[in-house]
Design a protein around this ligand. Structure first.
Ligand SMILES: NC(=O)c1ccc[n+]([C@@H]2O[C@H](COP(=O)([O-])OP(=O)(O)OC[C@H]3O[C@@H](n4cnc5c(N)ncnc54)[C@H](O)[C@@H]3O)[C@@H](O)[C@H]2O)c1
Length: 439
């Protein structure tokens, strides 16, 4: 008898011709013809609701069997939402390591804070799970490279949550750009604006009884619990987060490098600061970064406490070439001639938004569908971690350039910083002893 896992492994590696006749009634049973993949969703406060919505959209081939969060209040709320949306109750657990031991969990999705992304994804791959890891796939470049190596070593699929890679209109327009729509594309400009509020100055307070603060911190060096970190505001602290470049720049810088057909640049510069508020926030609220190649360039501008929109959009990417320009956002694209006159446009909705996608959206549905098809039929992933990690590393290099306040020269084959030991030291981070990721 072929086990369910052996069957799925066979599908994932592309072999065909197996027939297994049994009908699966629970996730613990042997594979049947209507088999669905079992997902464990990990880190449940906000982005995980988009995972729920997209797994519901893909319910013919996927179900959520487990939900995991270190905060029992957040866990209970999400478990109830899953039951309401899907009509059955998932198993709820606070410790993802226990879920990794379960052989019938096929895929894990990770929407935790970022100190956990790569270490958890690596543990998942090692445990034989396919992984959907939110962007950014890592907290620092060394860890991103380790995750890429882990994916190769363990052979399971790993999709990074840059969902615009699965947007049909974006795939279409990028292909047209590659086929000469704007001549030779050489400059890509992308941006993000928002009106984030101050996070204030936090106080050390007792850890809430509902929260496992040790497991929340995981690989990060231990710190006392403060009242302005969990949930969400960890984004703006260096121990756990990666700032707005990784939080939102990852999406558009990835679109730009895809459109220009480039990987790592030769040089990175980044300038900016925390200008709007004075508080605990450890990154910039305003940042201008440039990536220079031999004959191309990408720029990203983030202004996350000032909602002034550029080109009447809160986020987007402009791809300029020798014969014209394409403006791409989450809502469609516009094509311009060399003189800047609009010649055509395509729209899927009313207007693009900078709000975090924490509910239904078709790009994320398609991104999950692509991972599921990758597992079931060997379809090529749109954002395999080896591809996603390039933009992630670029943005981490932007953070490093900002931190050391100087231009970085890179080896364009792997993004490594050249002739600058102080900057190169930021390629990695410190780990809590005993929690270091390894493969
Ligand atoms: N692709 C997108 O468009 C998109 C949109 C929003 C957020 N995101 C990404 O999703 C990630 C999560 O963001 P968020 O806004 O939901 O954060 P959040 O702080 O609101 O939620 C994170 C949750 O993870 C839980 N958690 C922490 N450690 C855990 C562990 N070891 N095991 C299980 N749960 C754990 C926390 O308790 C919390 O409930 C971020 O990396 C963010 O960049 C992506």
């Amino acid at each position: 008898m072929v086990t369910r896992r052996e069957f799925l492994d066979t599908l994932a590696t592309g072999a065909a011709g197996l027939a297994v006749a049994s009908s699966a009634k629970s996730y613990g049973q042997i594979l049947g013809s209507n088999e669905r993949l079992n997902f464990a969703v990990i880190g449940l406060n906000s982005r995980a609701y988009a995972h729920l919505s997209s797994l519901k959209a893909n319910k013919a081939s996927a179900r959520i069997t487990h939900v995991v969060d270190v905060d029992s209040t957040i866990l209970a709320k999400y478990a109830a939402a899953t039951e309401k949306e899907l009509g059955y109750a998932p198993v709820a657990d606070k410790d993802f390591r226990k879920v990794l031991e379960l052989k019938d969990v096929d895929v894990i999705t990770i929407a935790t804070p970022e100190q956990w992304h790569a270490p958890m994804a690596i543990l998942g791959l090692e445990a034989g799970k396919h992984v959907y890891v939110e962007k950014p796939c890592s907290h620092n470049p060394a860890e991103g490279a380790l995750l890429v190596a882990a994916q190769k070593k363990y052979g399971k699929l790993c999709q990074m949550g840059t969902q615009q890679r699965s947007s049909a209109f974006t795939i279409d327009i990028i292909e047209k750009i590659h086929n000469g729509l704007v001549g030779r594309p050489y400059f890509a400009k992308c941006w993000y604006n928002n009106t984030r509020k101050s996070i204030g100055v936090g106080k050390v307070v007792p850890v809430p009884a509902t929260l496992d603060w040790d497991l929340w911190q995981g690989p990060a060096p231990r710190q006392p619990y403060r009242d302005n970190v969990h949930p969400y505001n960890w984004h703006w602290f260096k121990t756990w987060g990666t700032g707005e470049t990784l939080n939102n720049g990852t999406h558009e810088v990835d679109v730009c490098r895809w459109a220009l057909g480039v990987d790592f640049p030769n040089r990175v510069t980044a300038s900016g600061g925390r200008y709007h508020f004075k508080d605990d926030w450890q990154f910039y609220d305003t940042l201008v970064t440039s990536y220079e190649y031999d004959d191309k360039m990408i720029s990203w501008e983030g202004s996350c406490c000032q909602g002034m929109r550029y080109f009447n959009r809160g986020r987007g990417s402009l791809i300029e070439g020798t014969e014209g320009t394409v403006m791409i956002d989450r809502d469609g694209y516009e094509i311009y001639d060399l003189g800047g006159k609009k010649t055509s446009e395509f729209k899927v909705g009313k207007e693009t938004t900078t709000a975090d996608l924490v509910g239904a959206d078709s790009m994320t549905d398609a991104h999950f569908a692509n991972l599921i098809a990758g597992i079931r039929t060997g379809e090529k992933l749109h954002s395999p971690v080896a591809v996603g990690n390039v933009a992630v590393t670029m943005l981490q290099l932007s953070n490093i350039a900002w931190e050391v306040n100087r231009e970085l020269h890179l080896d364009p084959t792997d993004g490594k910083i050249q002739n600058d030991p102080k900057s190169a030291a930021l390629w990695n981070r410190e780990y809590e002893k005993g929690w270091e990721p390894k493969i």
